[in-house]
Design a protein. Structure first.
Length: 127
C-alpha cells in the first residue's frame, strides 16, 4: 500500500513538472484529428493495441483515432531520424550492390562452366 502511494505521488510529481508549452507542443504534433488515408495492416503486440485503446479515448480529442495517433508518432520518428535512417539505408544499398555484383559473378561463372561442359559433350560426340 505504501509503495502504491509512493508510485502515485511520483506520477503526480512527473505530471506537475510538464510545462504547458510542452503539453501544447505535444497536442499540436500528435493529438490533432485527421485521416489516415489508404491503409495497410502492420503487426504490433496486442498489449500495445490494448493500451492504445484505453489511452486514446482518455486524451479527449474528437476525431482522434488510434490509427491517426500512431501515424503521427511514426511520421515524427521518421522525420526526426531521417539522417540516421538515410545513412543506414545507404550502407544497406552498398551491401546489396556487393551481393548483386557477387551474385552476377557467380551466374557468369555458372554460365561459362555450363558452356565448357557442353563443348566437352560435343567434342566427345564428334570423336
Amino acid at each position: 500500500m505504501a509503495t502504491e502511494n509512493n508510485n502515485a505521488a511520483a506520477t503526480n510529481k512527473k505530471s506537475a513538472s510538464v510545462s504547458a508549452k510542452d503539453t501544447e507542443s505535444y497536442r499540436t504534433l500528435f493529438l490533432e484529428p485527421g485521416e489516415v488515408g489508404a491503409r495497410k495492416g502492420i503487426f504490433v503486440p496486442r498489449e500495445l493495441v490494448d493500451r492504445l485503446k484505453m489511452t486514446v479515448p482518455l486524451l479527449d480529442v474528437d476525431g482522434l483515432t488510434i490509427g491517426v495517433y500512431v501515424t503521427r508518432i511514426l511520421l515524427d520518428h521518421l522525420k526526426g531520424n531521417a539522417d540516421i535512417l538515410n545513412t543506414l539505408m545507404e550502407k544497406g544499398k552498398k551491401i546489396n550492390m556487393e551481393f548483386k555484383r557477387n551474385n552476377q559473378l557467380y551466374k557468369t561463372f555458372i554460365i561459362l562452366y555450363i558452356r565448357v561442359l557442353l563443348l566437352r559433350v560435343r567434342f566427345s560426340l564428334i570423336s
